[in-house]
Design a protein around this ligand. Sequence first.
Ligand SMILES: Nc1ncnc2c1ncn2[C@@H]1O[C@H](COP(=O)(O)OP(=O)(O)OP(=O)(O)O)[C@@H](O)[C@H]1O
Length: 204
Amino acid sequence: MLNISQLKIAREGRVLSYELKLAEGKVLAIQGVSGVGKSTLLSAIAGFVEPLAGTINWNDEPLNHLPVEGRPVSYLFQDHNLFEHLSVIENLSLGFAGPAPKDELIAAASELKVLEQLEKRPGKLSGGQRQRIALIRTLLRPEPLILLDEPFAELDPETRHLTVNWVKKTAKANGKTVLMVTHQAEDAEQLADECLILEGATSN
Ligand SMILES: Nc1ncnc2c1ncn2[C@@H]1O[C@H](COP(=O)(O)OP(=O)(O)OP(=O)(O)O)[C@@H](O)[C@H]1O
């Protein structure tokens, strides 16, 4: 269970407040107007933003004082966070305690139609190809809590449908708990078990 209680974060003279409970293995869609604080919530869970107050607990363990690298979190940023000096397959192979699950990575790349891109540098890929590579990397890493910020924004409708289904299948098969920021109602309908709509912040 992810339990976020009375979390408060200062942003540009405003205080953003969050309250959230999500059972293990569930997918939550996070929606709300631009600037309401969707990405800020993911950043706080991942440990990039210091809250003013409140707690973030994962399976009853407080995360607040853990460093970014000590949190049980795999995070897909809006800009895809791929290392440009490594090939795509090297990017995909990072972050595993033991050897990377190459067969699983290659099967995912084939399913998402990016198999031909694996030996290239991320800079040579289209936005949509990078997005699928970043999704494979984020979903197949070992951490149980998956944070996705606009993960399908650059995909055409057909590829989007394929990719959303792959994320759903992969998250469920591996028991992942997923928080996904999206502006698309159909992504939420297709993928999410629950929906959180963030609303305005209070002024300081
Ligand atoms: N690194 C930062 N430092 C300070 N303030 C920030 C930072 N990033 C975002 N903000 C501010 O925090 C508020 C919430 O931004 P956030 O990116 O969380 O919104 P969002 O709902 O994800 O928006 P969008 O849908 O446009 O991505 C905004 O007022 C934004 O200007």
